[in-house]
Design a protein around this ligand. Structure first.
Ligand SMILES: C=C(O[C@@H]1C=C(C(=O)O)C=C[C@H]1O)C(=O)O
Length: 360
């Protein structure tokens, strides 16, 4: 009983000290903020390692235990770090794409569709535009499924410079013609900042491909136009790098951004890339932007499209993207991983069923 009493008393004492520490730390924080303002005024860098070294040396000189000097120095290093963060201005602390900056979801309007409003939609279409007939067959099948958003590559950034590079503007024209016939919207990749303005006449969404995720000139250019942008995650990009790439776009004024998880490069060779499914809720938590999962490029396997798409819907993706070709065997790119039209119909049938179950 008395030991217990002693313990309680000692803890009370510790609590008193804790309160003092909190008070002192906040008092220190206020002074540090003042120092930060002085630094901005005089154009001095926030981080000052010489000053930090002086403080650590001072601690070593006065310390007579029981804590080891190295322990106290470690604690102070954490305090320095936190103090530096306090000195940052708001703009650096909260990115424009972050939920901290804007708690509500950004809803992107793509012609008559909304992405990010809680409904879950589908973006389908061929990997590359090869001919009018090919795109039309896909457009017609999409229309029959009640789908409205068509993807298709006219500018193709291929691994080998000798592979099919796309039809360019001729391809964009085919996409536009088919989209207009079936009342679809067009999502297509643009590679060169100089093509952005002209492409606006053809596309409803500008896609920035994985290989261009950190092409900062291109990101800034699409940040200055009044058109939604679908930004794909880079092949080996961390989530932080991905978010910062989106920040390049929004920093120029365009907040109509859709993030697309398309698999990342890992040691695993069973799939073309590794679908980072947890990126979806992380991106939705960290940012206010809608998130799409491209199941074709992430898996690279037809047999995994359906389970990966179900996983994407179940984890909260705003849309699923996949590739469809009337005759994948003769496709000029991604031959092995595109669905043919009956496979696409089966895929849509199962996926719509699954979505209805999720929503009920
Ligand atoms: C507060 C300052 O800014 C930073 C934070 C420090 C601290 O918390 O003690 C020390 C040096 C700087 O890296 C300062 O320069 O004095």
């Amino acid at each position: 009983m008395s030991t217990n009493n002693e313990l309680v008393q000692l803890r009370d004492k510790v609590d008193e000290i804790n309160l003092k520490i909190v008070e002192l730390l906040n008092e220190r924080g206020t002074v540090v903020q003042e120092i930060g303002k002085q630094k901005i005024k005089h154009g001095i860098k926030r981080f000052d390692p010489v000053r930090e070294r002086e403080v650590l040396d001072m601690i070593a000189n006065v310390n007579d235990g029981p804590f080891e000097t190295s322990t106290l120095q470690h604690i102070f290093k954490t305090i320095f770090q936190a103090s530096l963060e306090l000195q940052e201005d708001d703009h650096r602390k909260a990115l424009l794409v972050s939920r901290k900056k804007k708690p509500e979801n950004t809803i992107v309007r793509v012609k008559n569709d909304l992405i990010g409003d809680g409904s879950q939609s589908f973006i389908m279409g061929p990997c590359a535009v090869e001919s009018y007939e090919q795109v039309r067959a896909v457009g017609q099948a999409m229309k029959q499924q009640g789908l409205t958003m068509m993807r298709g590559g006219a500018f193709k950034p291929r691994t080998s410079p000798y592979d099919f590079q796309g039809l360019g503007y001729e391809g964009l024209q085919i996409l536009r013609d088919v989209a207009d016939e079936f009342d679809l919207s067009v999502i297509s990749e643009i590679l060169n900042p100089n093509d952005v303005e002209r492409a606006l006449e053809y596309v409803d969404v500008i896609q920035i491909g994985a290989r261009n995720m950190q092409n900062f000139d291109l990101l800034r250019t699409v940040g200055q136009v009044n058109k939604p942008v679908l930004l794909k995650r880079g092949l080996s990009a961390t989530i932080e790098e991905f978010i910062n790439a989106a920040e390049y776009i929004i920093s120029q004024g365009n907040d109509q951004i859709i993030l697309c998880e398309r698999g990342i490069r890992t040691y695993e060779r069973a799939t073309r890339n590794t679908l980072d499914i947890s990126a979806v809720p992380i991106l939705k938590k960290e940012t206010h932007l809608p998130v799409v999962v491209d199941v074709t490029h992430s898996t690279g396997r037809k047999d995994l499209l359906l389970p990966a798409a179900k996983a994407a819907l179940a984890i909260g993706a705003d849309a699923v993207m996949a590739e469809v070709h009337p005759d994948p065997a003769v496709a000029l790119s991604d031959s092995a991983q595109q669905m043919n039209i009956p496979q696409f119909e089966e895929f849509m049938h199962e996926l719509k069923d699954f979505r209805a179950k999720l929503q009920s």
